[in-house]
Structures are given as structure tokens and as C-alpha cells.
Design a protein around this ligand. Structure first.
Ligand code: GTP
Ligand code: MG
Length: 193
């Protein structure tokens, strides 16, 4: 995949504000601070197009990035961020759920988990949820640069077991810093759009 053109097409909360051009959409999901916005920037080769921060809760709305006039990346707020109020969380949970169920041009959810740690209960719930609705899903275990190479097999095993990743599921370790495995991810994107 060659990224020729990237355009920020706006932030949205409600369905009525989403793009209406009916292009394929790929949504980033994962807990707050796992690296969703960094993942988008690294894939698109842009510094801070999707805003990142070391403080969780940076992304607050659905943000639509149009790639090559062909498809969208949708950057969303992460889950499991305690400092967001319960009402806020529930409101946003509802918006995302509505998106998952009703957005027919959703082609793929990329679920980001942290390569360093066993997936959280929320990660497991999210992956089970996506599978139960038959939503195509790619699990990316990011921040792999923070784990020494000889520990990689162990971490892969822990993540696979916790999420119950089976033959045929899409699962790729990745680093937004080193872009290790970026070609594998580009190939998967090409296949779904
Ligand atoms: P929210 O918008 O709050 O949900 O967070 P997010 O999931 O978008 O995370 P973000 O991309 O803002 O990254 C959080 C922090 O992790 C930042 O300090 C990033 O620089 C760092 N980070 C993200 N990906 C990687 C990676 O692959 N390797 C390393 N070393 N750091 C990373
Ligand atoms: Mg973000």
C-alpha cells in the first residue's frame, strides 16, 4: 500500500456528523493510551496528524482521516480511562456501540493491545464483542519495541491465550516506533478495502 494522500475530514460524535460518501472505514479500538493515534500516524507516515499524548484520554471524539480518497481511518477515544466520568463513558460507549452495529461501511476494527502486558478484562470483552457480531477484526499488539527480542515468544503466547486467538484470526505484533511488521498490516488493509 502506498499512502499518497491523507486528509483530516473532521471530528464527529453523532451519526449525522459522520462522512456521507460511503467509503470503507477502518476503526481503531483499544484502551486509553495503548497507542491508537500513534498507530495511525506511523501507518500514514505523519508526525502528529492524529494527536497523541502520554496522558490517557487525549482523543475525545471520532476523528475521520481520509486516505488516498479511498478509505477512512477512524480514531476514537480509548476505553478504560478512569478519569473520564461514568456518564461520559456510558455516553461514549453507546456511540461506539451504535457505530459498530449500524455502520455498514465499517470494514475492519483494529483492536490494539499492549504487547508488554496481558490483555485487560476490557480488551477481552471488546474482542469477544466484535467476534460475536462478526465484525472483521485485526488484533495489533503494539509497543513491541519495549520488549526485548528474546521475550517476544512469551508475550505472543500470553496475548493469544488471554484473547483466545485461534487459527484464522488476524494477529500482528507491531511497534509505531520501529514500524516492525508494517508491510503485514498494509497487506491486510489492502485486502479489506
Ligand atoms: P487515547 O487517545 O488517550 O485513547 O490514547 P491513544 O491510544 O491514542 O495513545 P497515543 O497514540 O496517544 O499514545 C500514548 C503514548 O504511548 C504516547 O506517549 C506514545 O508516544 C506512546 N506510544 C504509542 N505507540 C508506541 C510504540 O509503538 N512504541 C513506543 N515506545 N511508544 C508508543
Ligand atoms: Mg488517541
Amino acid at each position: 500500500m502506498i499512502i499518497r494522500d491523507v486528509e483530516f475530514r473532521g471530528s464527529a460524535v453523532e451519526f449525522s456528523q459522520y462522512p456521507t460518501d460511503n467509503l470503507p472505514e477502518i476503526l481503531l479500538s483499544g484502551r486509553s493510551n495503548v497507542g491508537k493515534s500513534s498507530f495511525i500516524n506511523s501507518l500514514l507516515n505523519r508526525k502528529n496528524l492524529a494527536h497523541t499524548s502520554s496522558r490517557p484520554g487525549k482523543t475525545q471524539t471520532l476523528n475521520f482521516f481520509l486516505i488516498n480518497n479511498e478509505f477512512y481511518f477512524v480514531d476514537v477515544p480509548g476505553y478504560g480511562y478512569a478519569r473520564v466520568s461514568k456518564t461520559e463513558r456510558e455516553k461514549f460507549g453507546g456511540i461506539i456501540e451504535n457505530y459498530f452495529i449500524n455502520r455498514t461501511n465499517l470494514k475492519l476494527v483494529i483492536l490494539l493491545v499492549d504487547f508488554r502486558h496481558e490483555p485487560s478484562a476490557d480488551d477481552v470483552i471488546m474482542y469477544d464483542y466484535l467476534k460475536s457480531y462478526d465484525i472483521p477484526c485485526l488484533v495489533v499488539a503494539t509497543k513491541s519495541d519495549k520488549v526485548s527480542k528474546n521475550q517476544h515468544p512469551k508475550h505472543l503466547k500470553v496475548i493469544k491465550r488471554a484473547l483466545n486467538i485461534v487459527e484464522g484470526d488476524l494477529f500482528v505484533p507491531y511497534s509505531s516506533e520501529t514500524k516492525h511488521n508494517i508491510d503485514v498490516i498494509y497487506d491486510i488493509l489492502e485486502q479489506v478495502i
